[in-house]
Design a protein around this ligand. Structure first.
Ligand code: NAI
Length: 704
């Protein structure tokens, strides 16, 4: 059973028990109905308490039922809440720890509510592109007032119970328990009191739905709120629908408002934005699970971290651990390099202090956790050592051999390499099972993504530990197999190749950037190249010309680098930059270079539509993503989406390249690719659909 029923004197207690957060899944809903029935037919019972076992009152919908038939099956949450409201005996919600979404809606249906201090209360549905669909938009404004309710519903943010209890005239909590520990006893006492009070049936049971709901400046207030929400919610329809629903609570009869809320909810369920956000929600959870590494795999304790290399990446990587309260020792070959690295860390923290994002004492605490060294011996008590030295196999070899000599048994040895073979690096040690790739993204203290590169020999507990530590340092970790570029950079290479073909054929860098930025990317490929440094791609291409001479690339990017236009760091790249500024200014010199190149190749430029630009770039990602899945480098399409959403600025409301392609229909993607393959200036082999994509498209399936 996912809810327990017990009688204490004249009070029946229904305890939701569906770990981890008492999600209101079908069996829990059935058990609540069953408990209500039992209590109402037991003449010795005068009142009922609904509470939650373990870590929550209830976190709301059961995510295991997301998008499944069971979510809609009767009794649905509406039915449960209606049964609670119609109970002949008073129902008291005893709320603690977490009371969110459907959990709060259930509590709002109860006749009385007592909450433990410190409870997190929220209606977070908007974060999934939805609105509360079981009366939350109609009952919460009645319980705490229109403005506080609207703030909670539109933002989805959590509020602590003690703050809500301070709202003047609020009817959400009849009582705040004196402490979390006292909740159970005080809830029983309250139930006993109200049970006796209502025993003769003379006094009606109080219902939130019967409370008045008005805003004194109705039209003006909602007009103002709509303007504000419209400006903030940009690509998402849900926040404005939340306003509509709350406004309905102030203007319509309760049942009509409830019906309206239902209609809006159902419509939002079908919006691409909500589908994308729900996909992201599920994909994020799924990414943290590794099929052959059970969730109860014992992890290694990480109490001290070593970082080798205090350059761009080493400094940022160190900050992640310092922020999480884990001591870090950075090793370099020269004192000057250490001093430079530590100065950069200080500068970053000081900027945060200046902006008011970090308190002085926290800054001092973090810096106190940092030590530096030139001697490997000082790393011998580290539990995790991350290498971030120059990207050369020989340098990595020297580092890993020394680590193998000094690191304690069981220490995890990680490489931040972005292109080198983690299996080769592991083979430099006598403990390949302890070696793993931890591919951070720049700036490493800011970017959410961490690709965890699993070598042939990487031990299960090493993977489990790295996934856990990633959570601790607030990264989204995605497991990748070993291949050139792993998931993200392997895909971006194809995207960049396609961007090159587009400008050869007639588009300008700014047209390409504008088109994909309009699609929702944080930055177009050319602005991104300028930010990261065009010389990085140049070095990779030079290697490719030797390794894969048949592979076609536009030469424009090489010509750009030959002109010394490496990007923002040289003040000029695909665009020009003014000193100290990051605004990309179109460059005549670059346009002339492209034009001369086209002439040399006999290409007559043509006008390319924004739609074609977006399709060619996004489908380039999708096709390589399909190949990555087929090769087993990523184990789930959702993992690829997480990489693109958290590391490459893919628009969140489109759910990542693989989800987006599935929504379009894979057959449509393949047909577009076949059209592109006809283009004499493109590379027909580029548009050969990956076998997995071709098969799924033919079968009418999705990536999932
Ligand atoms: P960087 O050149 O800024 O820093 C490298 C640092 O390593 C330098 O401070 C250097 O003095 C130090 N170093 C070199 N050899 C050493 C040795 N034997 N022992 C100790 N220290 C040594 O390089 P960056 O950008 O930080 O890259 C480091 C690694 O991270 C590379 O493998 C790179 O591929 C990878 N990476 C870089 C990203 C980026 O955007 N820069 C992104 C993701 C990974």
């Amino acid at each position: 059973m996912t809810a327990e029923y017990k009688v204490h004197g004249a009070v029946a207690v229904i305890t939701l028990n569906n770990p981890p957060v008492n999600g209101l899944g079908l069996s829990t809903r059935r058990a609540v109905i069953e408990g209500l029935h039992q209590a109402n037919t037991d003449s010795s019972v005068q009142a009922i308490v609904i509470t939650g076992a373990g870590k929550a009152f209830s976190g709301g919908a059961d995510i295991k039922e997301f998008g499944k038939e069971a979510a809609l099956q009767e009794p649905n949450l509406h039915t449960v809440i209606a049964q609670v409201e119609q109970s002949g005996k008073p129902v008291v919600a005893a709320i603690h720890s977490v009371c969110m979404g459907g959990g709060l809606e259930l509590a709002l249906g109860c006749h009385y509510r007592i909450a433990a201090p410190g409870t997190t209360v929220a209606l977070p549905e908007v974060k999934l592109g939805l609105l509360p669909g079981a009366g939350g938009t109609q009952r919460l404004p009645r319980a705490i007032g229109v403005e506080p309710a609207l703030n909670m519903i539109v933002s989805g943010e959590a509020v602590k119970s003690e703050l809500l209890a301070q709202i003047p005239g609020q009817k959400l909590f009849d009582k705040l328990a004196s402490s979390p520990e006292a909740l159970a006893a005080e809830a029983l006492a309250l139930a006993q009191t109200v049970g006796e009070r209502h025993a003769d049936g003379n006094e009606a049971l109080p219902l939130v739905r019967d409370l008045k709901c008005k805003h004194p400046q109705g039209d003006a207030y909602f007009g103002f709120v709509r303007n504000m929400v419209k400006g903030m919610s940009k690509n998402y329809p849900a926040p404005l629908k939340c306003v509509d629903a709350v406004e309905a609570a102030t203007r319509r009869k309760f049942q009509e408002g409830l019906d309206f809320e239902r209609e809006l909810f159902v419509n939002l369920m079908w919006t691409p934005e909500s589908r994308a956000l729900r996909h992201l929600f599920m994909a994020e959870r799924a990414a943290s699970k590794i099929a052959d590494v059970p969730a109860d795999t014992p992890v290694r304790a990480i109490q001290k971290v070593g970082v080798i290399g205090a350059g761009t990446m080493g400094g940022g990587i160190s900050m992640n651990f310092l922020n999480a309260g884990i001591p870090v020792t950075i090793l370099e070959t020269k004192q000057e390099a250490l001093d430079r690295g530590v100065a950069t860390i200080r500068k970053n923290y000081e900027a945060q202090v200046k902006k008011g994002k970090l308190k002085e004492d926290k800054y001092a605490q973090r810096m106190a956790l940092l030590s530096t060294t030139l001697a490997y011996d000082d790393l011998k008590d580290c539990d995790l050592i991350i290498e971030a030295v120059f990207e050369e196999l020989g340098v990595k070899e020297a580092v890993f051999k020394q680590l193998d000599a000094v690191a304690k048994p069981g220490a995890i040895l990680a490489s931040n390499t972005s292109t080198l073979d983690v299996d080769k690096i592991a083979a430099f040690t006598r403990r390949p099972q302890d070696v793993v790739g931890m591919h951070f993204f720049s700036p490493a203290n800011v970017m959410k993504l961490l690709e965890v590169v699993r070598g042939k020999a990487t031990a299960h507990d090493v993977l489990a530990t790295v996934m856990q530590i990633a959570k601790k340092i607030k990264k989204t970790a995605v497991v990748s197999g070993v291949c050139d570029g792993f998931i993200g950079n392997r895909m971006i290479e194809q995207y960049s190749r396609q961007a090159g073909f587009l400008i050869e054929e007639g588009a300008t860098p700014q047209q390409v950037d504008k088109a994909v930025e309009k699609f929702g990317f944080a930055m177009g490929p050319f602005r991104m190249g300028d930010l990261a440094g065009n010389d990085i791609g140049w070095a990779i291409r030079k290697r490719r010309y030797v390794e894969k001479p048949h592979m076609k690339y536009s030469k424009t990017a090489d010509l750009l680098c030959e002109m010394g236009r490496y990007g923002q760091k040289t003040g000029k790249g695909w665009y020009d930059y003014q000193v100290g500024k990051r605004d990309a200014i179109p460059s005549q010199e670059v346009l002339d270079m492209i034009s001369t190149y086209r002439q040399s190749q006999g290409i007559t430029p043509r006008k390319i539509s924004d739609e074609e630009i977006v399709q060619r770039l996004v489908f380039a990602l999708v096709n390589e993503g399909a190949q990555i899945l087929e090769d087993g480098i990523a184990s789930k399409a959702g993992d690829i989406d997480m990489v693109y959403l958290t590391g490459y600025g893919f628009p969140i409301y489109r759910g990542g390249p693989m989800h987006y392609a599935s929504e379009l229909g894979l057959i449509n993607v393949v047909q577009a690719m076949q059209r592109f393959a006809q283009n004499p200036h493109d590379d027909a082999s580029f548009w050969q659909p990956a076998p997995l994509l071709a098969r799924l498209a033919a079968e009418g399936q999705r990536f999932s």
